[in-house]
Design a protein around this ligand. Structure first.
Ligand code: AMP
Length: 188
């Protein structure tokens, strides 16, 4: 099972990703988490991407996909993996397809968590207003920039996978358990 989880910021991707990896026993590959670890450890990569993360922009396709290619080439990904937060551009989706095809693999499922814009903005603004987020990119302005970037750069990724016939859209409004149940129904 090689799954790509798509959805706008605030859709609950991280929460659902944790549940999916627990149930299906595949590694969770979150490019956002990888970058945040580099930022926290002040590695050369972390110093390079910190400003981009803080502003809600995107790290370059080449940098992201080099990390991903390396990660999915590891032994623990032989039986599958869950990609969370990547691909975020059509170019990344193309690179992913090429990298996987080199080892005779392809993405098996793409799950798009669908949440209306008003609900997303409420969730994100609630999270930043309560100050209960450890993320430095959770302020209202940055959140709205991240959403614009999503619409412009990442929404087309769903179309890319729809054209390949492997996209499933899942209603992301409801309790965590309800949304997870819907996701499990398409991961068959
Ligand atoms: P996330 O936790 O997935 O929302 O990612 C946090 C931040 O990391 C994003 O706002 C981007 O700045 C960067 N990032 C994560 N994944 C990618 C990606 N696939 N392509 C470009 N930038 C990324």
């Amino acid at each position: 099972m090689r799954v790509v989880l798509l959805g706008p910021p605030g859709a609950g991707k991280g929460t659902q990703a944790d549940l999916i990896v627990e149930k299906f026993g595949v590694p969770h590959i979150s490019t956002g988490n990888i970058f945040r670890e580099h930022v926290a450890a002040k590695t050369p990569l972390g110093l390079k991407v910190q400003g981009i993360l803080d502003s809600g922009g995107l790290v370059s396709d080449e940098v992201v996909m080099e990390l991903v290619a390396d990660r999915i080439g590891k032994e623990d990904c032989a039986q599958g993996f869950l990609l969370d937060g990547v691909p975020r551009t059509t170019k990344q989706a193309e690179i992913l397809r090429t990298v996987l095809s080199q080892s005779g693999r392809m993405v098996s499922h793409v799950v798009q968590i669908v949440v209306p814009e008003e609900v997303l903005l409420e969730r994100i603004q609630g999270r930043s207003a309560q100050g209960d987020s450890s993320r430095s990119d959770d302020s209202a302005e940055v959140a709205s920039h991240r959403y614009q970037v999503y619409l412009e750069q990442t929404a087309p990724v769903a179309k890319f996978y729809a054209a390949e016939g492997i996209l499933s859209e899942v209603d992301g409004v409801g309790s965590i358990d309800e949304v997870f149940k819907r996701i499990c129904e398409v991961l068959v």
